[in-house]
Design a protein around this ligand. Sequence first.
Ligand SMILES: *[C@@H]1O[C@H](CO)[C@@H](O)[C@H](O)[C@H]1NC(C)=O
Ligand SMILES: *[C@@H]1O[C@H](CO)[C@@H](O)[C@H](O)[C@H]1NC(C)=O
Ligand SMILES: *[C@@H]1O[C@H](CO)[C@@H](O)[C@H](O)[C@H]1NC(C)=O
Ligand SMILES: *[C@@H]1O[C@H](CO)[C@@H](O)[C@H](O)[C@H]1NC(C)=O
Length: 401
Amino acid sequence: MINKNTVIFIILILTIFYESVLTKVIFGPNTPQPVKKDLEFNSNGKFKIIQFTDLHYGEADYKDDLSNQVQNGVLKAEPDGDLVVMTGDSVSGYAWNGTEGWFIEKWIHLVEPMIKNNIRWAFTLGNHDDEADLDRVQIVELDNTFNLSLTQRGPSDIRGATNYYLPITDPATDEVATILYFFDSGDDNCQGVEGWGCVYPDQIEWYRSVSIGLREKYGRVVPAIAFMHIPIPEYMDMWNFYPVNGSLYDTGVCCFSVNTGLFAAFKEMGDIVSMHCGHDHDNDFIGEYNGVQLGYGRKSGYGGYGPPTGWKHGARVLEITANPFSISTYLRFDDGSTQNSPPSHLPQAKEQYNTCCDTYGFVNVTGNSYSNCKLYEEEFLSQNPFLFEINQNHHKKMNKI
Ligand SMILES: *[C@@H]1O[C@H](CO)[C@@H](O)[C@H](O)[C@H]1NC(C)=O
Ligand SMILES: *[C@@H]1O[C@H](CO)[C@@H](O)[C@H](O)[C@H]1NC(C)=O
Ligand SMILES: *[C@@H]1O[C@H](CO)[C@@H](O)[C@H](O)[C@H]1NC(C)=O
Ligand SMILES: *[C@@H]1O[C@H](CO)[C@@H](O)[C@H](O)[C@H]1NC(C)=O
């Protein structure tokens, strides 16, 4: 008579046996250690982030090869990088040729340098990534098939797909010493106002509740860094009224078309000390605005407009120190050089930019102008009438967020 416990015991033994055999058969005897998903400061208490932005793959193979070289050049010059962060518009979705599988091919190409250099990455979406054959969630799912990807599909009941956070632990104290927040700033329009996308109030509520939860969990405010694609309107105010390092050659600051109060939430929570974005390829300035560092990256890819003549493609590097917490940053270029002394810009009363967020253009004291971004996209599509048609039809079909 075999009782129930004996049956369970036999099943258990068989399961263990099969699993150990199967593991050997599938993974071989030298199974590699799984990629570590948890981020840690190194033994010197440092953590280095390499920010690629606006890679804009997909417009032409030769451009993608050049962008690949930029990534490889930067990663070679920063061999101790801990994490690559991509702040959106990694792919020029408007260059989609109508074929399924197009996006996957571009994505495999753009993650190649990180795989070759064995560095983990995390991204947030821009306004152009989802204009081809994959939607926002599908792009995250595709990225998650790579074992070095730390990108997460955020909560499904709020706007956007890439709202998530990654804690970094300091092994010296065994405590979380920094939080990285990723926000999905959408594509076009905000709250029905024409212009650029934004982080919506429900996303801000998500951030506040996460931040409050982490403060309670750790019993203190943990310093944090925010990444997103589109700048917040405070960038424009900072350029106009505060000293900054770096330049503005874009048509203004192409920020959220509505100020949804994200910066106010940063100040309320008191954790975010630094924010980094992309979107405006011809801007690379960085400064301090009411206690928070606000910075652009450096245009990394060859697709899209910019960067301005004479500027090298590259990346912004953020070096974080755990204890006491600090951030230092510089631009690293594809040829391995760095920018040592960025031009400083002081506020000038007459230079009052407005956003370029309203109706594709921006308004300054002398009049209206179209943004570089819209001019480029229109020219690109007018030179490629075949793509223009696909793009137009696709836009009509698409369920834009
Ligand atoms: C990660 O994936 C690559 C294939 O893309 C594979 O060669 C490698 O062994 C994997 N690494 C680990 C640690 O699983
Ligand atoms: C569209 O792009 C894909 C991926 O690059 C390529 O394999 C395919 O040949 C292209 N199709 C056309 C019609 O150009
Ligand atoms: C600009 O750079 C200089 C030199 O690196 C630095 O001392 C200064 O604090 C920076 N200014 C701002 C506003 O970040
Ligand atoms: C303001 O806009 C006008 C019209 O587009 C342009 O010619 C001028 O250069 C702009 N001024 C600044 C300071 O950008």
